[in-house]
Design a protein around this ligand. Structure first.
Ligand code: SF4
Length: 280
């Protein structure tokens, strides 16, 4: 029996009946916690909030039961942790789940072809931060291994089907963050942007999240990079290219990805990442 944890934001029950909120993606997380110690992460071995990932609470459900309820979703997104057996379990889950789209977000793993054969069509890479920050954050693999993994993943899944997760506001230099995004796009991958969210019980619980203004700059840069602009054109003489569309503050990620209220409370006046359904 495999138990997964499901995000309260997209897969929840009212009076015992499945009730789907607006996301087309079912978000699942491997149980058991992570053996890595990333300082910001609620799944880290140093965290006392392992029922959380970012500010979202997750609830256990058996895979076989969950599988039968997947019809309402276009995509299944599995976030792995890093612990013994995580790869085999993730592969088994991906073979069983029958949604049309399947995304896997993970640390560097061997044998990506097997995941592709199991129907995974998009992959997320938990790079999270810039090279300078790797020791401070305590990432489980060297920066170079993540970069190799991104290359391998682009080869297996194709260009623009690899989403590198980056968390803005962990204490990195802004210029390093922007250059890293440009490097990721030059490799044929995409960036899924997150705003650092201090979670109670983690090593970084007392830090502040980034300002919304700084985050808007990073979102605007990501938006233009994803449309093929070089960084030198996006920021010229210290001036940021103005956004030309309304949608550049939307959540970035695989098709149908919304990650609702992952970085902010629904009560907040301004959302870091605006779920697509709320954009109009
Ligand atoms: S490897 Fe991923 S799940 Fe594990 S502590 Fe780091 S960020 Fe969290």
């Amino acid at each position: 029996m495999t138990t997964l944890l499901f995000s309260s934001g997209t897969f929840f029950f009212l009076k015992g009946k499945l009730s789907q909120s607006y996301s087309g993606t079912a978000y699942a997380l491997q149980g058991g916690g992570c053996t890595a110690g990333c300082a910001f992460c609620a799944q880290s071995r140093f965290s006392s909030s392992r029922d959380m990932l970012s500010r979202v609470k997750w609830y256990p459900m058996d895979l076989d039961e969950a599988k039968g309820r997947m019809g309402a979703f276009k995509r299944f997104c599995l976030q792995t942790v890093y612990r013994p057996g995580f790869r085999e379990e993730a592969l088994e889950v991906m073979k069983k789940v029958n949604t049309k789209g399947k995304s896997l977000t993970t640390v560097p793993v061997e044998g990506l072809e097997e995941f592709a054969e199991a129907g995974v069509d998009y992959i997320g890479v938990g790079l999270d931060t810039t090279e300078d920050m790797f020791t401070r954050i305590s990432k489980p693999f060297p920066f170079s291994r993540y970069m190799e993994f991104i290359e391998e993943a682009v080869e297996v899944f194709g260009k623009r089907r690899v989403y590198v997760h980056l968390v803005f506001g962990l204490g990195e230099k802004s210029e390093d963050f922007l250059s890293l995004m440009e490097r990721i796009y030059s490799m044929g991958a995409e960036v899924a942007l997150f705003a650092f969210t201090p979670v109670k019980g983690t090593l970084m619980q007392d830090m502040s999240p980034p300002s919304i203004q700084d985050y808007r700059v990073v979102q605007t840069v990501r938006y233009y990079l994803s449309r093929g602009y070089p960084l030198s054109r996006i920021i010229k003489d210290g001036k940021l290219l103005l956004p030309s569309e309304r949608y550049h503050f939307n959540t970035s990620g695989c098709p149908t990805c919304d990650r609702p209220f992952y970085n902010e409370s629904p009560k907040d006046k301004e959302l870091y990442n605006i779920p697509k359904v709320m954009r109009d």
